[in-house]
Design a binder for this molecule. Structure first.
Ligand SMILES: [Zn+2]
Length: 292
């Protein structure tokens, strides 16, 4: 936790906007600031200006989509134009004279839900965010799992169908092509996942059937993760789960059907994320202030 008197800022670098928050040591947001996400070449000055507008900081955490090394270099980021081997931690640290920690955005959001959200108190938890893609984080034995290089938790690119739908990552059949929030949308009609959920709530049979199919894809990925990690809680986030009476019941049913030896084991609690769009920024801040 942050020492008394230190100022802690977290910034989530999204595809379209950067969301910065000033938080207290428990992760409660005190102030926030948003700016459009620039080209990668202008990212450091924009991040520095967000910290300045929030009143400065002694410790800053940044959440960035993509592969981020332990020393805060963004190796590759599909949603951040021009980001290739970008030294965000050292560059921003020098610019604002503060300690800077950089982490994958989904890992940051997972850390926030574990420390201050729906998975609080669990020693073994999986957090999955169904957004444009699927990101997440894994906590085992009371520790966030980061892997040998910092790249653990890229669950969206688990291949669930050989030679399946092409993924922007270059592979085919990745889980996020079937089970992300954007995968729920229908390109033929232009309807978004949120619109399909809304239509299903009004009783539209086509939309209800589409959600059943979608929930099946979500469930097989969740069941595989639970078979692998045996968590006590799984937290699901993303805009399409906002109406939890529509999508979550189908996911719960199909998850129970897909789990290995379902009748012979305790099932993890399936919870909906509680921190919303600020999770990535809050988690980045908490990660920067916590040795993991
Ligand atoms: Zn992929």
């Amino acid at each position: 936790m942050a020492p008394e008197g230190s100022r802690l800022v977290g910034i989530d670098v999204g595809g379209t906007k950067c969301l910065g928050v000033l938080v207290d040591a428990s992760g409660t947001v005190v102030a926030e600031c948003r700016k459009p996400t620039p080209h990668a070449h202008e990212l450091i000055p924009v991040l520095a200006s967000i910290v300045e507008e929030l009143g400065g900081a002694s410790t800053v955490g940044i959440g960035v989509p993509g592969l981020v090394t332990f020393d805060g270099v963004v190796r590759a980021s599909p949603n951040l134009r021009g980001a290739r081997d970008l030294p965000v931690a050292s560059g921003l640290g020098a610019a604002i004279n503060a300690r800077v920690h950089v982490e994958n955005d989904a890992t940051s959001a997972a850390f926030a839900e574990w420390r201050a959200g729906a998975a609080a108190g669990a020693d073994d938890a999986i957090v999955v965010t169904l957004g444009t893609g699927i990101g997440g984080g894994i906590v085992m034995g009371g520790r966030l799992q980061r892997g040998a290089h910092g790249f653990a938790g890229e669950m969206g690119h688990m291949i669930v169908e050989r030679d399946g739908i092409a993924c922007p990552c270059g592979l085919r059949g990745c889980w996020e092509r079937y089970a992300s929030g954007s995968a729920l949308g229908d390109p033929a009609t232009g309807r978004t996942g949120e619109q399909i959920v809304a239509a299903a709530r009004q009783g539209d049979a086509t939309s209800i059937a589409r959600i059943e199919e979608f929930a099946g894809w979500v469930a097989i990925g969740l069941a595989s993760l639970v078979n692998l990690c045996d968590p006590s809680v799984v937290v699901l986030g993303g805009g399409v789960l906002g109406s939890r009476d529509t999508v979550m019941p189908s996911i719960r049913t199909k998850f129970a059907e897909a789990l290995y030896s379902a009748e012979a084991r305790p099932h993890p609690r399936l919870e909906v994320a509680v921190l919303g769009e600020r999770a990535g920024a809050i988690g980045a801040a908490l990660l920067a202030s916590t040795p993991v």
